[in-house]
Design a protein around this ligand. Structure first.
Ligand SMILES: NC(=O)c1ccc[n+]([C@@H]2O[C@H](COP(=O)([O-])OP(=O)(O)OC[C@H]3O[C@@H](n4cnc5c(N)ncnc54)[C@H](OP(=O)(O)O)[C@@H]3O)[C@@H](O)[C@H]2O)c1
Length: 430
């Protein structure tokens, strides 16, 4: 058998410790697949005394992760500290500067600096692999970049954040409202104490930006991702969605349009029968549409020690066997200059919910505001009658342009009988 591959792991938290545990538990099987033993030779974390659930006695300990990344004995640096700047980034840049292969699960880093890092890896002649950064255990990077290489992809979309999918699923199943379900998710450890990264769509945007680059061979463009979270989704909207035959999901969608590449993360109404609607709870799911393969969906655990370690180790084995592909499928200099499509030019159907005072003429005023922007209605539901309280009115539209929809909603929001800002959720056509 060939000489061992020497691995340094920076960060021994959920994913780092999980990765070391996997490498040790599956050592024989992995040595066969990799054609050489995979040995964890060096590690770094903040607290040396903490138990990591793995035997680290043979690994050199580094207090400073950047020094570990420069260790001349090491072949691969696995960065599992996190963060788009600071120590995680320094570890990756140092490793590349020392011509070491890098494996990372750091989505923030790849979303913000992915293209520059890919360029550095290319210049150094080493791999930069990041399967664990998107959808945890789902091998979506490899699937898009290698498995579907024979296709032109038109659209890639998915549930990329397990926390928000858990919240939306629980809201639907229990009929409870957002704040209550979020508090429960925090108590159960499914949501962070500061949940904004997840519920405001930031985490999903990072993953979408990376996915879009891999799928469309384009530089990573996080700034080009339109992002809306789930804070404003109410039990009322979830109930109406059910009634209309939809489920509400927070999706990340990258789609080629006549205006360029759309990249958007926001709550969507998807038909209940659509495969993505069946991805529930903490699970993630990604759908790719290719011109030869048709539609394909992968579903699985999008986070956690085991699933993410599974992805990280797949990258390590690729490097061990010498399988090398440019991080985004093509050399950085050949990445496509596809323009980003502004959200205002998005075309789609819309769900609108208004809270109105039930008085004569309200619906006519709402219809007139929509007509003025050439938005045509598909259906309307009006529930309950009360002269003193606001009642919900739900409208769905035919396909229209986002800019027109926004103007119409601004006009509707100014009507005296409309008591709350109108709620709008985009309806997807899958
Ligand atoms: N958790 C998931 O399910 C998941 C899924 C996909 C991707 N990821 C990504 O994987 C990365 C790691 O996430 P995680 O959940 O494993 O994080 P985590 O549990 O917070 O672990 C972070 C690790 O980094 C170490 N660390 C922090 N600052 C350090 C420093 N200055 N020098 C050396 N080590 C330092 C910590 O040391 P101590 O343990 O001593 O404090 C800890 O071991 C992130 O980029 C995350 O986005 C995570």
């Amino acid at each position: 058998m060939n000489a061992p591959l020497k691995i340094a792991v920076a960060g021994l938290g959920t994913v780092g410790a999980g990765t070391v545990q996997l490498l040790q538990r599956q050592a024989d099987h992995l040595a066969l697949r990799a054609g050489r033993p995979l040995v964890v030779s060096a590690v770094s974390a903040r607290d040396k005394s903490r138990e990591r659930g793995a035997d680290l006695s043979a690994a050199r300990w580094y207090d400073h992760a950047v020094a570990l990344a420069a260790d001349p004995e090491i072949d691969i640096v696995v960065e599992l500290i996190g963060g788009s700047h600071g120590i995680g980034r320094q570890v990756v840049e140092t490793a590349l500067a020392h011509k070491k292969h890098v494996v990372t699960a750091n989505k923030a880093l790849m979303a913000e600096h992915g293209t520059a890092l890919a360029e550095e890896a290319e210049a150094a002649g080493v791999s930069l692999a990041f399967e664990g950064a998107v959808a945890g255990g789902i091998p979506i990077i490899k699937t898009l970049r290698e498995g579907l290489v024979g296709n032109r992809l038109g659209r890639v979309y998915g549930i990329l954040n397990g926390t928000t999918n858990y919240i939306l699923t629980t809201m639907r199943e229990s009929g409870r409202d957002f704040a209550e379900v979020l508090a429960e998710a925090q108590a159960l450890g499914y949501a962070e104490a500061d949940p904004s990264f997840d519920i405001d769509g930031v985490d999903a945007s990072h993953k979408l930006a990376i996915l879009a680059s891999v799928a469309f061979g384009r530089p990573v463009d996080l700034a080009g991702v339109y992002c809306e979270g789930i804070r404003h989704i109410s039990a009322l909207d979830i109930g109406f969605a059910e009634e209309l035959g939809y489920r509400i999901k927070l999706l990340g969608i990258a789609r080629l349009t006549d205006h360029g590449l759309e990249q958007r993360v926001h709550p969507c109404m998807v038909r209940r029968e659509a495969p993505i609607a069946a991805v529930e709870g903490v699970f993630n799911g990604v759908v790719a549409e290719g011109d030869f393969v048709g539609q394909l969906m992968l579903e699985g655990r999008g986070a956690g020690a085991g699933p993410t370690a599974s992805a990280v180790v797949a990258d390590i084995v690729d490097i061990a066997t010498g399988r090398h592909v440019p991080p985004f499928g093509v050399p950085v200099g050949s990445l496509a200059r596809i323009a980003g499509a502004p959200m205002e030019s998005h075309r789609g159907a819309y769900y609108i919910r208004l809270m109105v005072v039930d008085q004569p003429g309200v619906i006519a005023d709402v219809a007139a505001a929509l007509r003025d922007e050439a938005v045509s209605l598909e259906s309307m539901i009006q529930r309950g009658r009360s002269e003193s309280e606001a009642v919900p009115v739900v409208l769905t539209t035919h396909v229209t342009v986002e800019a027109a929809m926004r103007k119409a909603l601004a006009a509707i929001g100014k009507l005296k009988a409309v008591l709350e800002p109108p709620r709008m959720i985009r309806i997807e056509d899958f």
